[in-house]
Design a protein. Structure first.
Ligand SMILES: NC(=O)c1ccc[n+]([C@@H]2O[C@H](COP(=O)([O-])OP(=O)(O)OC[C@H]3O[C@@H](n4cnc5c(N)ncnc54)[C@H](OP(=O)(O)O)[C@@H]3O)[C@@H](O)[C@H]2O)c1
Length: 315
């Protein structure tokens, strides 16, 4: 087990999505013990966030946690969240995109019409990060700090890729989302694919953002969280606790060196090389194509996106 990294977050603002459960809740608790000026507890409802805040206060004594509601499966919720955050947040030093869902092989369509793991785990967090970039970049500039954008991925990225047929299709994301494409065989690796897209997001942010912003992806290791509530007996005994898994979020948020972690994938407090497929020509082509499609999609969903892209990604 890796030791917990500790730091002083005095004056800083930290935001964690999915902070009512599993690894996200444990990470939020760790952050609370490091005295951030503000700790934004992001959950699907304010009630869930308030329950989490109550527990964090009871267990750590920390009193500056604030609730915010966000449904990553609803693009309008992400836009509304950022409109609200832009009014109330004067800085954002650490953003942890932790929330995700695993539907255990079940094809579910969101209200927006996207396959749910693709939207909740990949598209939603990407839009959330992009819309928050102006606050993050302003934090870097105004306070001469190096904010980190921490995206929780998984070691399951080694067990999948994005199919050549989906990459060759005129729109890869729409193809991946469509019910016809999601045969049981294809869909068996959908969760893994959604976690590959998390790493692709971090790669693109590292490529396009100035160096005073550190995007980093991570593998928390297998933990007995809500995602794995069906595990029992011997299988369950092999998992880490959520507290142990959350250490990788803390390492990625405040540990290591900025220049080593920028655009990296961390696991057990080390930078881990990503899969051969992701490093291959096809993997890079998929990364570039999916990025272009995401920016195009997000531009249609929220009219702040073109300005953010022009402002934040200039050379
Ligand atoms: N557990 C593992 O072994 C493992 C391994 C590798 C990576 N991970 C990754 O670790 C992260 C945390 O997962 P976990 O294991 O801690 O699972 P978890 O206990 O199920 O927590 C998932 C969190 O995401 C939230 N969430 C789900 N759908 C959402 C939506 N539509 N909008 C906003 N929030 C939503 C959940 O909220 P509700 O409580 O409202 O559902 C919950 O707070 C995920 O990114 C997961 O992929 C986990």
């Amino acid at each position: 087990m890796v030791p917990i990294v500790r730091g002083d977050l005095t004056g800083k603002t930290v935001m964690v999505t999915g902070a009512n459960s599993g690894i996200g809740f444990e990470a939020a608790k760790h952050f609370a013990t490091m005295n951030p000026a503000r700790l934004i507890i992001v959950c699907r409802s304010v009630e869930k966030a308030q329950q989490s805040i109550k527990q964090i206060q009871e267990e750590t004594g920390y009193k500056n946690a604030e609730p915010m509601a966000l449904d990553l499966g609803k693009f309008s919720s992400i836009s509304e969240f950022v409109t609200q955050a832009s009014k109330t947040l004067d800085r954002l030093d650490i953003l942890v995109e932790n929330a995700a869902v695993a539907t255990m092989g079940k094809y579910i369509q969101t209200e927006d019409g996207w396959e749910s793991m693709l939207q909740v785990n990949s598209l939603g967090p990407a839009l959330h990060v992009l819309l928050l970039l102006p606050i993050i970049m302003n934090t870097a500039k105004s306070h001469s700090v190096v904010p980190r954008i921490v995206v929780v991925s998984s070691e399951v990225i080694f067990f999948a890729n994005i199919g050549s047929d989906a990459i060759a299709a005129s729109n890869t994301l729409e193809t991946l989302s469509s019910k016809e494409y999601c045969t049981p065989e294809v869909f068996a690796t959908r969760y893994q694919q959604s976690k590959i897209l998390n790493i692709m997001l971090v790669h693109k942010l590292a490529e396009l953002l100035p160096t005073n912003i550190v995007p980093v992806a991570l593998n928390p290791g297998f933990c007995l969280s809500g995602l794995r509530r069906d595990a029992e007996g011997e299988r369950a005994a092999k998992f880490q606790t959520n507290g142990e898994g959350s250490r990788q979020i803390i390492y990625s948020a405040i540990g290591g060196k900025d220049e080593e972690l920028r655009g990296a994938f961390t696991s057990y407090s080390q930078v881990l090389e990503i899969s051969d497929w992701m490093l291959s020509e096809e993997g890079k082509k998929a990364e570039d194509k999916i990025w272009v499609e995401m920016i195009d999609l997000f531009g249609k969903l929220d009219d702040r996106i073109p300005g953010i892209v022009a402002e934040c990604f200039k050379a």
